[in-house]
Design a protein around this ligand. Structure first.
Ligand code: OFO
Length: 173
């Protein structure tokens, strides 16, 4: 039986992952209507990945004789000043998620729940990967500046990244 403190911390992380999914959906929608189809495709894919992160926690907690309850969520941001603004906010959010996964890991270890600690390794690695990807995108955007040609090129690269993510998902399924 999972300890109450660990259960509570996982339920909070289920909320964070659900919020991530909705935040990226909101960003994808903004990119789609502002004429950035590649960025939209990338963020729609991110939305699905965050939903998968949420579900992974839901199943894990229920399998450990806990109960995955859903908590209330704040509305995601709907307005952005530029494509760079969108991805700067993605980066800030990913750093927040990394910190929240680390906090959860600490709760697990403080409660001697090494099974949960082990389970969380997947998320710790995933965060390294996601932060690296977002840093790469942001660096390119900053180099391109606000110039239309540069943004067009970045949007094409994001489209290719989104397509690669689809392939990666199919290969690991
Ligand atoms: Fe990268 O956000 Fe989920 O875990």
């Amino acid at each position: 039986m999972i300890k109450e403190a660990v259960e509570k911390a996982i339920i909070n992380q289920i909320k964070n992952e659900e919020h991530s999914s909705r935040l990226y959906l909101s960003m994808a929608s903004w990119c789609q209507v502002k004429g950035y189809p590649g960025a939209a495709a990338f963020l729609f894919k991110q939305t699905d990945e965050e939903r998968m992160h949420q579900l992974k926690f839901v199943h894990y907690l229920n399998d450990r004789d806990g109960y995955s309850q859903l908590l209330a969520l704040d509305n995601p941001t709907a307005e952005y000043s530029s494509l760079l603004d969108v991805f700067e906010k993605v980066m800030i959010h990913e750093e927040f998620i990394t910190a929240s996964i680390n906090d959860l890991y600490e709760v697990a270890l403080n409660n001697k729940d090494y099974t949960t600690g082990n389970f969380l390794q997947w998320y710790i690695n995933e965060q390294i990967e996601e932060e690296r990807t977002m840093h790469g995108i942001l660096d390119k955007m900053k180099l391109a500046g606000n110039e239309a040609g540069g943004l067009f090129h970045i949007d094409k690269e994001l489209s290719a990244l989104a397509a690669a993510k689809v392939v990666a998902t199919l290969v690991t399924e």
